[in-house]
Design a protein around this ligand. Structure first.
Ligand code: ZN
Ligand code: ZN
Length: 363
């Protein structure tokens, strides 16, 4: 293993026993998630018609989902069971991997050659117009992103810069399903709606990372209904942690980044499977709040796992930031490669004090 500039890798270097002395990890999957289960029912029915005898295999949500799939005319019920009705393969028509929409094809504009695909959820960020796109060691620039046809047209080119999309994200709490008091702080889990819009991109010089300019983009907002874990702290706790309004956003944002970077240690996921929002005054909680959410519709079980292991997860997060030798934050601790806000603002010492205060009464 070669450690990279990431919070998780930093933590592993300082705590190697978390790799060498821990049992085999548990895989996180929520098989009752309708966004996961429905495409699998379609794919199964396309092989052999599904019968009631199969319900146990697919879990308690099965009957309910089958009737929905019937209504959508994807399956038809006959005496022998539920049949797949389409000519197409179920795996082509439905999104069997639950990645949230049809993948975007990356096509070389002049030759029509298909280079590869990008997940629908990532397309706005990675193959927007003007994006520098790497494919098998070659560099391409996106000429046009056609959202209707799910295609990105690219030209081979080697500009002396990389691109980085900037986005804005807001989040609404739909339902709080579980809540645990940690002293004055609250740890919650529930359903949320995340609205994300890629608004511009930065061009950054290769090697130095110097910003060369920002270009506006005209892309529609995307909404995602999913599950999230979140925590709130009170004004008294901010006082106790010596966090004044000037550094509050930076402290919350830094804690959010590091917590996302650390979650793969507790839930088998990649930091790119999860997202976060931190805000000094959230309209639903009316308090400083940090959210970490599953990047897939309906949730994928990561935020739920985070909720159940929150004390260990956030303790490891605080320890990882504190153990990092940098002065004011670096990619090994609180900076994130996927930050939609170009890692601004961030406050390292504030994040450590905030997490310490949050965890003071954690159970
Ligand atoms: Zn650092
Ligand atoms: Zn960020």
């Amino acid at each position: 293993m070669i450690a990279r500039d990431e919070p998780l890798d930093t933590y592993l270097v300082h705590n190697p026993e978390s790799v060498f002395h821990t049992p085999v990890e548990s895989t996180v999957l929520d098989p009752d998630n309708p966004y996961v289960l429905a495409p699998h029912l379609c794919a199964a029915a396309a092989e052999i018609p599904l019968t009631e005898a199969d319900f146990d295999l697919f879990g308690p949500q099965t009957p309910q989902l089958l009737s929905k799939l019937e209504k959508r005319k994807l399956l038809r019920r006959r005496s022998s069971g539920w049949h797949w009705t389409r000519k197409e393969r179920a795996a082509d028509l439905t999104d069997i991997r639950g990645s949230g929409g049809k993948p975007v094809q990356v096509v070389e504009a002049d030759t029509g050659r298909l280079l590869g695909t990008v997940d629908a959820g990532a397309a706005h960020t990675t193959v927007h117009e003007g994006a520098v796109h790497l494919h098998q060691g070659r560099t391409y620039v996106v000429r046009r992103l056609d959202l209707e046809d799910s295609a990105a047209l690219v030209d081979e080119a080697s500009p002396p810069w990389t691109t980085m999309a900037r986005d804005t994200t807001s989040l609404a709490v739909l339902e709080t399903e579980a809540e645990v008091p940690w002293g004055e702080a609250r740890l919650c889990f529930g359903s949320v709606e995340v609205t994300n819009q890629v608004v511009s991109y930065l061009r950054r010089r290769l090697i130095t990372g110097e910003v060369l300019g920002e270009t506006k983009l005209d892309l529609p907002p995307r909404t995602l209904r999913t599950r999230a874990v979140w925590w709130t702290v009170t004004d008294d706790q901010l006082d106790a942690a010596r966090i004044n309004p000037e550094i509050l956003e930076g402290a919350l944002h830094a804690a959010e980044h590091a917590a996302i970077g650390m979650l793969p240690l507790f839930a088998t996921c990649d930091r790119w499977d999860i997202g976060g929002v931190s805000i000094a005054l959230h309209p639903d909680t009316l308090l400083p709040t940090v959210f970490v959410y599953d990047g897939q519709p309906g949730g994928a079980g990561f935020a739920e796992r985070a909720f159940h292991t929150a004390r260990d997860w956030l303790t490891a997060t605080r320890d990882a930031i504190a153990a990092c030798e940098c002065e004011a934050g670096c990619p090994s601790c609180i900076q994130s490669p996927k930050c939609g806000n170009a890692n601004d603002p961030l406050h390292k010492r504030g994040a450590i004090r905030l997490l310490t205060e949050l965890l003071r009464s954690a159970t």
